[in-house]
Design a binder for this molecule. Structure first.
Ligand code: NAD
Ligand code: MN
Length: 485
């Protein structure tokens, strides 16, 4: 772990092993943080924020250091990619895109912070009011295992750009790239104590950070149940909270869509990152007139997806993060069968040659589902898509919105009027129109409903790492004496 700019062991001396999900083999031995370590990290962050110089640096100096972080990441691109693949089991093509985006996040916030400013308000003559954007303070940043480096970048970049100090709690399963990123931050010139990282169990370390009175804000990405727990616990000290939680995103293909584009985009929409994406388009809605045509192509292409050596650039689908997660996915598929659905493709574990010790699951398509089935309502977080047919636009919008979640969504149509009409009615933070991608640096990412609140990846994120301070001054010639005494 890294506390106050130094690579340190746990106070307890405890460590744990992280495994490569593609092989089941150990990758690294990592310090396992205890509460005492989390306390040390909070104190280091507090010290650097309250008495350090980072937040007082001219903004262009902070920006320069963020750009330097990006430059070092770029120069170590292949190493970061390889480490991400080893630690998470994802395919190298997915890891490359995510490491590239992590780099671009730092570049984006290096620029964005320079243009982030307060304002001056109109007040009566003689008065003067200006609003300062001040860093919110010490931020606990808790991240999941599905995009280990990218999530670390989404959290660290805007926070330190704004002048905050952070304590990062990576997912226990995938701490490695976030630790390297923390080292890179220091190499680039971030002062000691501004970025600290404490790998360890979420229930212990995460909890401690969330309840800590010296932590000002919690930024969390993870599952909806843990997000609710965090919000409740953070309320005791009234911390600022942003939550990026689960999803069950609809993917709607209208009869006038470009079917080949929709098939390709829908395939990527669910099977990218082995379906372990919060914005995975896991509910496919097909207009009845194109259902057969679409499904023929979609099934065919799903069967062509290549599982295998994650380091092979031609691999499409990587491993599942853990045995445990694989069993969760499989039990969802079994529940669908019990409830009367049809598993059209996949629906089982796969043995991959040369990777027999890893956790692999076949890309899975489920049909004959009804709206209340578990596989239609709950986030599976694996390579499983459920397919439903629709007739009317109104009907499909209702179906799309019939979930507790509201993160992503995608619509496929050549009719721009329809695209705009439907986009306004979908209850989700993101609507993709004829587009397989859900986010670029600069575009808001976050949820409606129980997918959380707050937006990341965009300029507005900086507002979530700053407080508005209103300075109201009086420069009039006559003293004001409201009491008149
Ligand atoms: P998780 O909620 O189990 O864990 C996320 C993080 O929280 C981990 O670092 C974990 O150690 C920590 N944690 C666990 N219990 C905690 C507690 N009681 N207090 C504080 N921290 C605790 O989720 P996961 O299994 O790692 O990740 C998958 C989930 O993340 C999915 O539900 C997915 O939808 C969601 N996700 C959302 C987004 C988004 O942007 N909306 C992005 C990626 C993942
Ligand atoms: Mn791992």
């Amino acid at each position: 772990m890294i506390i106050n700019g130094e690579r340190v062991d746990s106070v307890s001396g405890e460590t744990y092993i992280t495994y490569n999900p593609a092989t089941g083999e150990p990758v690294a031995e990592v310090a396992k943080a205890t509460i005492e370590d989390a306390e040390r990290a909070v104190q280091a962050a507090r010290q650097s924020f309250d008495y350090g110089k980072w937040r007082h640096f001219p903004v262009n100096k902070r920006a320069r250091i963020l750009n330097k972080i990006a430059a070092i990441m770029r120069s170590r691109f292949n190493e970061l990619v390889e480490l991400e693949v080893l630690d998470s089991g994802k395919s190298i093509s997915a890891a490359q895109g995510q490491v590239m985006q992590a780099i671009e996040d730092f570049e984006f916030y290096a620029s964005a912070i320079v243009g982030h400013r307060g304002n001056i308000n109109n007040v009566p003559s003689g008065f003067f009011n200006y609003v300062l954007k001040e860093p919110v303070g010490v931020c606990a940043q808790i991240i999941p295992w599905n995009y280990p480096l990218m999530m670390a970048a989404w959290k660290i970049a805007p926070a330190i750009a704004a002048g905050c100090s952070v304590v990062v709690k990576p997912a226990s399963l995938t701490p490695l790239t976030a630790i390297v990123l923390t080292e890179i931050c220091h190499e680039a010139g971030v002062p000691a104590g501004v970025v600290n990282i404490v790998p360890g169990p979420g229930s212990l370390i995460g909890d401690y950070l969330v309840e800590h009175p010296k932590v000002d804000k919690v930024a969390f990405t993870g599952s909806t149940p843990i997000g609710k727990d965090i919000m409740a616990k953070a309320s005791k000290t009234l911390k600022r909270v942003t939550l990026e939680l689960g999803g069950k995103s609809p993917n709607i293909v209208f009869e006038d869509a470009d079917i080949d584009a929709a098939v390709a985009g829908s395939l990527f929409g669910i099977f990218y990152n082995t379906g372990q994406s919060c914005e995975a388009r896991s509910r496919l809605y097909l207009h009845e007139n194109i259902y057969d045509d679409f499904m023929e192509k979609f099934v065919e292409k799903t069967k062509q997806l290549k599982l295998g050596n994650p380091m092979d650039p031609s691999t499409h689908v990587g491993a599942i993060i853990s045995r445990n997660q694989l069993e969760v996915i499989d039990s969802y598929v079994k529940s669908a069968i019990e409830e009367g659905a049809t598993v059209l493709v996949g629906g089982h574990e796969v043995k991959v040659q040369g990777f027999e010790g890893g956790y692999w699951y076949a890309p899975t398509i489920i049909t004959n589902v009804t709206p209340k089935m578990k596989v239609v309502q709950e986030e599976i977080f694996g390579p499983v898509v459920v397919v439903q047919k629709f007739k009317e636009e109104k009907e499909v919008i209702e179906a799309a919105n019939d979930t507790i979640y509201g993160l992503g969504s995608a619509i496929w149509t050549k009719d721009h009027a329809r695209a705009t009409r439907v986009a306004t009615q979908i209850q989700a933070g993101i609507v993709m129109v004829n587009c397989p991608f859900s986010a670029f640096p600069g575009t808001p990412f976050g949820g409606y409903k129980q997918s959380g609140f707050g937006r990341e990846l965009c300029i507005e994120t900086l507002d979530l790492y700053t407080e508005d301070k209103s300075v109201l001054a009086y420069y009039g010639t006559r003293p004001i004496n409201p009491f008149g005494v």
